[in-house]
Ligand binder design. Structure first.
Ligand SMILES: [Zn+2]
Length: 206
């Protein structure tokens, strides 16, 4: 699993570095953003490094801008993929398949893309999360040889996982978007296959 996730991370990095150079995506300073990010893959029972909040969690799936590092709990990814129960949780996760793993990696990597582009400061958590979903969709569409047609089953796995990731905590500053908004965001990326569409939809300055 460690090797598999490392491969997906490498593929996402390659995709975005090509997208940066070919489409000329620029950061706030006008430079073409280049992607340099580290990752930590946690084995079961291993705790993620603290991201400055003072709390750590063995099922973390997150990007930490402070140290430019993606933290992925292998156990949490497998819980979504295979439908397993995480320690401390009351019910097993629905099994949403391999694409839920790819979506998770692509979503967290998209936060690094946002960091590189310097867009975080203007955006709410909701906008950041939905744009990351959209960028994950762009990656999945562009990298997985789906140009002719998005395969139905794989598409459904992504949509199901996106829907399960939403919430209805509208008053919480950590609100990530409703399930439908998250599905819409990832579908926009899958269909548009263009990061500019994600920026247009979710960045307030556009
Ligand atoms: Zn996120």
């Amino acid at each position: 699993m460690r090797g598999y996730l490392t491969t997906v991370l490498d593929n996402v990095a390659t995709f975005w570095s090509r997208a940066y150079s070919s489409s000329g995506i620029h950061d706030d300073a006008g430079a073409v953003a280049t992607s340099t990010v580290s990752s930590v893959l946690m084995e079961p029972g291993e705790t993620a490094p603290d991201c400055g909040g003072g709390t750590t969690n063995p099922s973390t799936l997150a990007y930490c801008p402070g140290d430019d590092t993606i933290r992925l709990s292998i156990q949490a990814i497998l819980a979504d993929w295979l439908g397993q129960q995480l320690p401390g949780e009351e019910t097993p996760h629905p099994a949403t398949g391999e694409w839920s793993a790819i979506y998770t990696v692509a979503h967290e990597y998209a936060h690094n893309v946002q960091e590189e582009l310097g867009v975080w400061s203007d955006m709410t958590v909701r906008q950041v999360e939905l744009e990351a979903d959209c960028l994950a969709g762009v990656y999945m569409r562009g990298s997985l040889d789906l140009t002719a047609d998005i395969k139905r089953q794989e598409f459904q796995e992504v949509v199901e996982n996106a829907g399960l990731s939403g919430d209805f905590e509208f008053r919480d500053p950590q609100h990530h978007g409703t399930p439908q908004e998250r599905v819409d965001a990832v579908v926009l990326g899958l269909v548009a296959a263009n990061p500019a569409q994600c920026q247009l939809q979710y960045e307030p300055s556009h």
